[in-house]
Each structure stands twice: as C-alpha cells, then as structure tokens.
Design a protein around this ligand. Structure first.
Ligand SMILES: NC(=O)c1ccc[n+]([C@@H]2O[C@H](COP(=O)([O-])OP(=O)(O)OC[C@H]3O[C@@H](n4cnc5c(N)ncnc54)[C@H](OP(=O)(O)O)[C@@H]3O)[C@@H](O)[C@H]2O)c1
Length: 291
C-alpha cells in the first residue's frame, strides 16, 4: 500500500484528543467544573450501541463526563421532550445529542426535538440557530463529520481554494454543512445526489471528491480523475467487515490521496464531538463569568 497517499484520520484524531485532554485538565483545574456530555438513546439499535460505547470510552479517556439517558423503543414524543427539557436545565451537562436512529414512530418529530435543544448545548450542530450561523460562514457549533473532513484536508495541507470539490451527499449531517464550509474556503462545489444525471461525469472532474452514499464499491478508478483527493465518508458492513464507499485498492494508484474507511473520517467525527462539547462548556462557563 502507498502509505504516502493515506490521509490518516485516526492519527489526527488521536493528536487532537491529546491536545484537548490537556486543555480540559487546565480548565478543570481553574474552574473545578468537569465538562459533561449526554446522549439520549431511544430504543436498542445495535449500531447506536456501538457508537455510544465509543463516545463514552473516548470521553473517559480525555476527561469529559458522559451520561446516557435511555428510553424504551415505544417511548412517546412527550417523554422525549421531557428528557430534552431536563437536559437543557441541568447545569452539570454542557452538551447533549439525540443518538440516531430513533424508532420509526418518532422520526417525523426529529426537527421538533432538535429545535427544543438549547442551541448552546447543541453539540451535533443541528439546531436551526447553529445552522443559520453557518449560512453566514460563522462556524459556531457545527456538525462533526464536516469539521473532521475540513480538518483532515487542512492538516495535510491540501489546497481547497479554487478547487473543484464534488460531494455525493446532500444530508444535514454531511453534504449541506460542507457546502458552506467549503464556500467559505473559496472552493467551487458540486453537490450530487440520487437525482443527479450523469453522476460520474461530475466525479471525473473532481479535484477533491467527497463520497457519503452508504454503498460499498460505489467509486472505483474509472470514476475519478488522476491525482484526485478522495474523502470516503461511507461506512458499510460487507461480509462482517467494515468498508467505505470507495474501492480503495482500485483507486489507490490513480488518486492523489485517500482516507481509509474505517480509520479515516470516523475517528475525526468523534474528536469533533468532543471539541464541540468543550466549545459549549467554555461558552456556558464564560456566560456565567466562571472563566
Ligand atoms: N465516518 C463518519 O463519521 C460518518 C458520519 C456520518 C455518516 N457516515 C456515513 O456516510 C454515509 C451517508 O450518511 P448520511 O447520514 O448522510 O446518509 P443519507 O442521509 O442516506 O445520505 C446519503 C446520500 O447519498 C445520496 N445517494 C444515495 N444513493 C445514491 C446514488 N445511487 N447516486 C447518487 N447519490 C446517491 C443520497 O441522495 P438523496 O439525498 O437523493 O437521497 C443522499 O444525499 C453512510 O454510509 C453513513 O454511515 C459516516
């Protein structure tokens, strides 16, 4: 494998977490207040369990408290709202999120739930106020995966300005926030989705190709430009093994650089959740003149 071409998200995440751990140590020494993240989990989705365990473990490692608020699969909308209100009021919690997916009967209320989260504690960056800031190029609490992608490009000194960036994804989690973050950095952006005509004509022009489709082997060497930077956000399970959306072996000789999946964008998503938690913690403490 050509190791020079690897954009090692895992390594960058470890380094960001180490820096954050030191900052947390100093902040707690000064204020006596430990930062704390909470997650609302509805039902018992097995993938959610893995994500939560992972978040909990990394929080422990770097000195952030973590608490899960578990609700049964048949929970009512009102019960979810009660927990959101409780976490908004709880001064010991500085940030919280609703772990996705939530059971089908609650899906249509997601926007309502998110709007009820105190925007100061919205560590996923999904509240309309935080989304609005981003529209204005203000990066307050913004979604973690796009932050990880930008951090990785910047860490490896991959130029964004003037580049043709093609994103295959238009979700609130990945594609939409990336548009504003990349526009702010003077890229030219094409957003593709399931209605895009001649999709691979777009991907073959990309200087930077960001793929978050959720289908293994969606991109191979025929679909990219020579020297393209490939960010593989996808996480798929094939024959019990995790893989991304890009056929790594097929593109490795042709691309300029690539994120592995797993070990690329995933660890950075968690690292930026922790960074958002500390951003929220500092803002909350500052507003009470505690730092
Ligand atoms: N590494 C990480 O930390 C991380 C974080 C978040 C997500 N992910 C992964 O990223 C993937 C996407 O996540 P998501 O939550 O954004 O999912 P999503 O909401 O389902 O988005 C998938 C996107 O791909 C587009 N798409 C699907 N099939 C397509 C096709 N044949 N041609 C062109 N576009 C197509 C969809 O288009 P439409 O909008 O038209 O449906 C949609 O915009 C998943 O594999 C997820 O596990 C990874």
């Amino acid at each position: 494998m050509n190791i020079d071409k690897l954009l090692n998200g895992k390594k960058l995440a470890e380094s960001l977490n180490t820096t954050l751990k030191q900052e947390i140590y100093e902040l707690v020494k000064k204020t006596g207040i430990k930062p704390k993240l909470a997650a609302i989990i509805v039902g018992d989705d097995p993938a959610s369990e893995i994500y939560i365990r992972n978040k909990h473990r990394v929080c422990n490692e770097i000195g952030i408290g973590f608490e899960s608020f578990r609700l049964p699969k048949n929970t009512s909308k009102e019960d979810v709202i009660r927990v959101i209100e409780k976490l908004n009021e709880d001064n010991s919690i500085h940030g919280f999120l609703i772990q996705m997916p939530i059971p089908p009967h609650l899906k249509s209320f997601i926007s309502e739930f998110v709007e009820l989260i105190d925007p100061k504690k919205d560590v996923d960056g999904f509240h309309p106020l935080n989304k609005g800031y981003l529209f204005d190029y203000r990066e307050e609490l913004i979604p973690c995966t796009p932050q990880g992608i930008i951090a990785l490009l910047e860490h490896y000194k991959i130029e964004i300005e003037r580049k043709n960036v093609v994103i295959i994804n238009r979700s609130n989690l990945v594609g939409k926030p990336l548009v504003f973050m990349l526009l702010k950095r003077n890229a030219t952006i094409t957003v593709c989705h399931s209605f895009t005509k001649n999709l691979f004509e777009h991907t073959r022009r990309a200087d930077i190709l960001i793929v978050a489709v959720g289908q293994a082997n969606f991109i191979n060497e025929e679909k990219i430009k020579e020297g393209a930077i490939i960010i593989d956000v996808g996480i798929n399970r094939v024959d019990g093994k995790l893989c991304g959306d890009v056929n790594f072996d097929s593109v490795i000789n042709k691309c300029g650089a690539i994120t592995p999946s797993p070990g690329g964008v995933g660890p950075l998503t968690v690292a930026f959740l922790l960074k958002n938690t500390i951003k929220a913690y500092k803002k909350i403490l500052k507003s009470s003149n505690l730092i």
